[in-house]
Design a binder for this molecule. Sequence first.
Ligand SMILES: *Cc1c(COP(=O)(O)O)cnc(C)c1O
Length: 550
Amino acid sequence: MTINSNKKATVSFESLLKIFTVPEGPESTLTQIESALSHNLNAFLNDHIVAEEKPLADIERDFAQAQIPDEPEFVSVHTDHLLEKVVAHSVHTASPHFIGHMTSALPYFLLPLAKVMTALNQNLVKIETSKAFTPLERQVLGMLHHLIYQRSDAFYAPLMHSASHSLGAFCSGGTVANITALWVARNHALPADGGFAGIAHSGLNAALRHYGYDDLAILVSERGHYSLKKAADVLGIGQNNVVTIPTDEHNRLDLAAFETTLTQLKQKNVCVFAVVGIAGTTETGNVDPLPAMAKICQRENIHFHVDAAWGGATLFSDTHRHLLRGIEQADSVTIDAHKQLYIPMGAGMVLFKNPSALQAIEHHAQYILRAGSKDLGSHTLEGSRSGIAMLVYSSLHILGRRGYQLLIDQSIQKAHFFARLISEQADFELVSKPELCLLTYRYVPHIAVKALAIATQEQQNKLNALLNELTIFMQKKQRENGRSFVSRTQLTPLRWSSYPIVVFRVVLANPLTTEDILRSVLDEQRHLAQQATSLLKMIEADCRAILDQS
Ligand SMILES: *Cc1c(COP(=O)(O)O)cnc(C)c1O
């Protein structure tokens, strides 16, 4: 597309005025550019195989110039540039062969709706710049609140649009949702008291002095998301005071260890102000024992937060909702809309059981967010915010609860299929079984399976170290080849005496991923393993030594 490409663009105030006026009609530049862009975008989105990989270092050379271009450029010329330099070298997250992360294809209707959202450019910080978008966002929060807490219509009616209540806060993602929940928990734990104005006004030092604590802590299992450490850092708690509890063989928080840690911290005069349960860990997709954790938190009067950023959408499914049993007892819950709600990046929520809880972080200003106003900005960490809640609203209507249920059910079913398929192979090892639609596994040559079964602890560790190198080699090669993508992480399974094991991690989010694609991923990986000739030789030699010995 090269409209005007032989003419030179010039700056004039008149041309700038044109830029701010939407061109209309089927022959307009906007229509032409959009059709060219969407043509190219469709080619990109429907192309399952990544074109020849351009190394990141080469791409960086295309983005090396620090000078802002002095001269203007025609929009049409610039979009050609974008297609060539950016779109062509972005990641095919929409590909059904891309099964390594929580980011997937989107329902097509979100593309035009996102354009409407951009065109309206609402700012949800205050009603004066958002009007209908504010009640819309509050309703979306109400719907997600109901999904979790299942309260009656009579409960929601007076609260949905009440200036003095909030069922939750909309934000850019799980990280900010977790920060918001822990911010509320921290302020609730150290409130105003007599002459003391509370931590929100007087700060951490004064609060510790007033309440006579030596320190504050947040408890979570060792599978906790790194965003909790960021939260502890910004809230002045300190990353080291996110105390991690060991997990059992299913990657779920170990309750006995949890009780022991609680007792130890109490003896050290540390105030545990929040416990985080995980409903769908990022690495293995497992769910903590939420009912038991909720009970302990009630007994100890500790804020119980559930991080369901990824797994929360399971609640849409009547078939699988029971897996998250206990979530309704949480004081707060994080759910990301840009994960299993299939919304574009930048949409997260935190919901609070108590509709008054968010008052703990209320802020006011004179020109907006006046006391008693319904401005959403008085209860959010972020200030100016987009109207992306509209996309959640539309998806909830267009897909409906039943649509989401189907999506969740088929994802979990596919994960079970893939787990079975892996288990049936003589040379693959399923490392973590899928509880939701996430699983981990690795490639283990058949001879190594046999050797590991009889090896001593020391021999096992040595062999596992080599297998780790093999997994890393395979995952990198697979990504470079661009036919398919799985991610990798490191786990410490009890089966291998807690030795760190590198594993492939698969998230079956894309409804377009088929069983045949999953079969082809294993075939491709088996093929890739054969390219690691020297590693395979070392593994084989070690295995022979172990097997000959016995
Ligand atoms: C993804 C995720 C987060 C972080 O969410 P972002 O949207 O990336 O900020 C937090 N917790 C869990 C369990 C997650 O899966």
